[in-house]
Design a protein around this ligand. Structure first.
Ligand code: C5P
Length: 231
């Protein structure tokens, strides 16, 4: 898979999601289904979006004991999505997730681990989570662990994508939320970059939600992202 823009469909119903996706008459954006939509609609929403021809990143960020994660991932992998994820954690948990993803047979989804959420900044990392190291070092450490477990890549801020590639290789995927247009509102995101900056630093996929979903013209905003990121 090449560089692409993944649209975060953070909606609370299938109806709202399809109203949004129906705006796209010329293109089939890569879609991210997150917790809100999945918990509202269940696995049927994956099947319906797939049927319309979209690629799917299922962003449910699993994190539990290895056995539970393995069994849950095996169930999700049966839906034949393109990318699945989990929160970075112990190497054992990430290996178990990979085993689960392989259990469905055939092509397994790409499996990526969240390093540190893009809404977390250095202060929260140190004072609230008691992780006393620079953000970049923490992210690289989580990425190395994900690679050791055999995963395909990580979710990180575009600010860290270049360093992750240096540490884990160019083929190790960096999927980067926290993307904003230069003239846009950052909202709750703390570690942000524009699509063009994300491209320059080597992100493989950018995940863009509100700058597209809340835009006056979502299709125009999507095209602007694609033009700036994919080129
Ligand atoms: O609306 P916005 O562009 O901020 O959406 C970013 C999306 O990426 C959200 O769906 C959020 O859950 C997800 N995400 C993130 N940071 C991570 C992992 C996922 O913002 N580290």
């Amino acid at each position: 898979m090449g560089k692409d823009v993944i649209v975060a469909c953070d909606f609370s119903s299938a109806e709202e999601t399809f109203r949004f996706l129906s705006l796209f008459t010329q293109e089939k954006p890569f879609v991210k289904i997150g917790m809100e939509l999945y918990y509202a609609e269940g696995p049927q929403i994956i099947r319906e979006i797939k049927k319309r021809g979209h690629k799917i990143f299922l962003d449910l960020k699993l994190h539990d004991i290895p056995n539970t994660v393995k069994r849950a991932m095996a169930v999700l992998a049966r839906e034949r999505v393109d990318i699945c994820n989990l929160h970075g954690g112990t190497v054992g948990m990430m290996e178990a997730a990979l085993e689960g993803a392989c259990q469905a047979g055939g092509d397994r989804p790409l499996l990526i681990a969240v390093t540190q959420l893009t809404s977390t900044d250095q202060r929260a990392l140190e004072e609230e989570l008691l992780i006393r190291a620079p953000m970049e070092e923490v992210v690289i450490h989580y990425a190395r662990n994900a690679k050791k477990a055999g995963l395909d890549g990580v979710v990180c801020s575009p600010l860290e994508a270049g360093k992750v590639h240096e540490a884990c290789g160019e083929g190790f995927l960096t999927v980067t939320p926290g993307v904003r247009f230069a003239d846009g509102d950052a909202g709750d995101q703390k570690r942000v970059m524009t699509p063009a900056q994300a491209k320059a630093i080597g992100s493989d996929y950018i995940v863009v939600g509100r700058p597209i979903t809340l835009a006056a013209d979502p299709v125009e905003a999507y095209r602007r992202c694609v033009a700036d990121f994919v080129g």
